[in-house]
Design a protein around this ligand. Structure first.
Ligand code: BDR
Ligand code: CA
Length: 316
């Protein structure tokens, strides 16, 4: 089994990614850390703890990480994910236990250092926790197999034309992690937007009779209605882009993807371009293979991802 820690800002698409990761026989999930992102830290932590319990995996430890980016004030995405982060979904019987005692960064460090094997970190949120981990505990890097990150892009952005949310919220953190010397797999918006769920498929989700599928259907209906408010959103996208699900599928089913190594960096200062991920497609800046720091996931088998997702949904 692949040892994994998930770092997230749960969030509709983070929650949907759990449907796949928690049911996967390939993964050994050692813990989950939360961070401020789609909504504030209390909500992302509450959503995570309750989501794991709801999907029958309440034994997985959860630790709350950073409440704000390294240097900036925090900007959320509640207009897409709703005030609580889960659209119109609410837990009928929320669990009443809190996260583990240690903070998220210390939790990550402990879990990494106590592990015999290297651990893959599935990073589905702004990279604040992981950047802080690198700054405070650089010795942990030898215990990380790779970071698989949802974010970055070359051609398309959100919430700005050029920046993706998880980089835009904390560009300084993204730079630290991208250039941290640990294998960094970037699942960019350009690729996650290709792994869309069609409206017809969403209606099929609505016919699956289990509480997890019902939760996904409720959340997605809200998410889709918010995307459609974007003046061009429903024209541009062929369906609902569940970014974190696509990224999680890279960990469970890497055979459904293709990646290429490039040199890359993050713009942290430009008034029009802060949070833009520069990928050196033509090898203009990188003179050698050693200088390349990013495995850029540039294509996805959409039908393959939806197949494993539907299998996971039906397993609950
Ligand atoms: C990413 O940003 C967050 O809003 C989502 O949860 C996803 O991780 C999409 O840009
Ligand atoms: Ca996320």
């Amino acid at each position: 089994k692949i040892p994994v820690i998930i770092d997230c800002d749960t969030g509709i698409d983070d929650m949907i990614s759990f449907v796949l990761t928690l049911s996967s026989k390939q993964l050994d999930i050692r813990g989950v850390t939360t961070v401020a992102g789609n909504v504030s830290l209390p909500y992302t932590t509450y959503n995570t703890i309750n989501g794991l319990a709801y999907m029958g995996r309440g034994e997985i430890p959860v630790a709350a990480g950073e409440a704000a980016p390294l240097e900036r004030s925090y900007r959320d995405a509640s207009e897409i994910h709703g005030d609580s982060g889960l659209g119109e979904f609410t837990f009928d019987n929320p669990v009443d236990y809190g996260p583990v005692e240690t903070g998220g960064v210390e939790f990550l460090y402990e879990k990494l250092m106590e592990s015999k094997e290297k651990i893959t970190i599935l990073a589905l949120a702004p990279l604040t926790n992981i950047a802080k981990l690198y700054l405070e505990h650089p010795d942990c890097k030898e215990k990380i197999e790779k970071i698989v990150f949802m974010g970055g892009s070359v051609f398309s952005g959100n919430p700005t034309p050029v920046a993706t949310f998880n980089v835009w919220v904390d560009p300084e953190a993204a730079r630290i992690v991208m250039k941290g010397g640990v294998p960094f797999f970037m699942c960019p918006l350009d690729t996650t937007r290709e792994a869309y769920l069609t409206e017809e498929e969403l209606e099929i989700v609505g016919t699956i009779e289990n509480p997890v599928a019902e939760m996904v259907y409720t959340m997605c209906s809200f998410y889709w209605s918010q995307e459609k408010k974007n003046v061009n959103g429903h024209k541009r996208f062929k369906g609902l882009c569940i970014h974190d699900l696509c990224t999680a599928a890279y960990v469970t089913n890497p055979e459904l993807f293709h990646s290429t190594r490039y040199y890359g960096d993050v713009e942290t200062k430009g008034p029009l371009t802060e949070g833009f991920t520069m990928i050196d497609y033509e090898d203009i800046l990188s003179k050698s293979e050693e200088e390349k720091n990013i495995d850029y996931i540039d294509s996805v088998d959409r039908d393959g991802v939806m197949k494993v997702f539907f299998e996971a949904l039906k397993s609950y």
